[in-house]
Design a protein around this ligand. Structure first.
Ligand code: ZN
Ligand code: ZN
Length: 343
């Protein structure tokens, strides 16, 4: 199988790229980046909706381009027009393999519409993955995108569900997860506070989790200050994050996981200083540019303290917040926090 066999028809930009958000401090860059990613995601969703609303024959013609020719002994893996000026192919049009378009979809005709739709969504993802790959400048990320592109492409051919296997392992990668540890942190540090202050602290924890789940992390090659063993660890964590959290945001044929639910201390140690700087920059910018209501001011005032105290627990060799058996005095308290953080 060759990736050259695909003719990407879609130039929709993908959900951003991991190589352009290095460093930090640039005003509002995070928000703009997030907004532009949302716009791109919308475009991809619209594209998928459009394809799903095609009449059946048009759906099959679209799938033919990515489907194996069913003629005996033919090794063609996708219908290709013989004449570039051809606009709307029909079932009787010939492929370069000299068989008709119909021969490339005969095995799909008895499939349910639901199954065809699943394949069509995957076809859009194949196109998007191709675009993401060609735009990507970071060599390692590019290689990973090529792997995912081939995986999706193969699954359209074999009608399988894409599953990423191999040395990266499967989520969850570490226990307790970040979400659990941050919840433990609130219990450990702030359970003596009054209800109002406590609410402020878990609002902050919620913001932190939201940022960890939606912001991009810097590619390992841009993190020159991380050395040796730490660098190797971050490289693995970053690759896992790309495959299981980041790419599935714009390529939903792949199963997506929340960063805070599947990663633990290793990733948080690697990215905390970076995320913290980004968050504080963002908060300062916001504080200077918009009039604040009381609740907001409370959050902004408490944020540095919250992050400093959390930092201590993240880098401490033996903090109880990472203990697998961390118990809270009050289960009721724990459950309130859990539900608040997930919301
Ligand atoms: Zn063919
Ligand atoms: Zn053929």
């Amino acid at each position: 199988m060759s990736e050259n066999s695909v003719e990407p028809t879609d130039t929709t930009a993908t959900g951003g790229d991991g190589s352009s958000q290095v460093g930090g401090g640039e005003s509002g860059a995070k928000q703009e980046q997030y907004a532009s990613r949302l716009t791109n995601l919308e475009k991809i969703q619209i594209k998928k909706q459009t394809v799903l609303s095609y009449p059946l024959n048009k759906k099959l013609s679209k799938l033919a381009v990515y489907s194996r020719c069913q003629a005996e002994k033919c090794d063609c893996i996708g219908w290709k027009r013989t004449d570039n000026s051809m606009q709307n192919p029909t079932f009787t049009d010939f492929c370069r393999c000299e068989h008709t378009l119909e021969m490339h979809v005969s095995h799909l005709k008895q499939k349910s519409e639901e199954e065809l739709n699943r394949l069509l969504v995957m076809v859009v993802d194949v196109d998007n993955m191709y675009t993401a790959m060609t735009k990507q400048e970071n060599i390692e990320t590019k290689r990973l995108y090529l792997y995912l592109f081939r995986l999706l492409r193969k699954c359209v051919l074999t009608l399988d569900t894409p599953v990423v296997e191999g040395p990266l392992g499967q989520p969850p990668f570490e226990k307790p997860c970040i979400h659990k540890a941050v919840t433990n942190f609130l219990v450990y540090k702030f359970s003596h506070l009054g209800q109002q202050e406590l609410i402020t602290m878990y609002e902050l924890a919620k913001i932190l989790c939201h940022c960890l789940n939606t912001w991009d992390f810097p590619p390992p090659s841009s993190q020159k200050h991380i050395v040796s063993q730490e660098a190797t660890k971050y490289k693995i964590e970053y690759t896992r994050w790309l495959v299981f959290c980041y790419v599935p945001t714009f390529c939903d044929s792949l199963q997506r996981f929340d960063t805070t639910m599947v990663f633990g201390r290793t990733l948080l140690r690697s990215v905390f200083k970076y995320i913290r700087k980004q968050m504080l920059d963002e908060f300062h910018r916001e504080r200077d540019s918009t009039p604040q209501e009381e609740k907001r001011i409370l959050l902004l005032t408490n944020f540095p303290t919250f992050l400093n105290q959390l930092e201590e627990e993240i880098y401490a060799p033996n903090s109880p917040i990472w203990h697998p058996e961390f118990k809270t005095q009050s289960l009721h308290f724990q459950s309130i926090l859990d539900s608040k953080l997930k919301g």
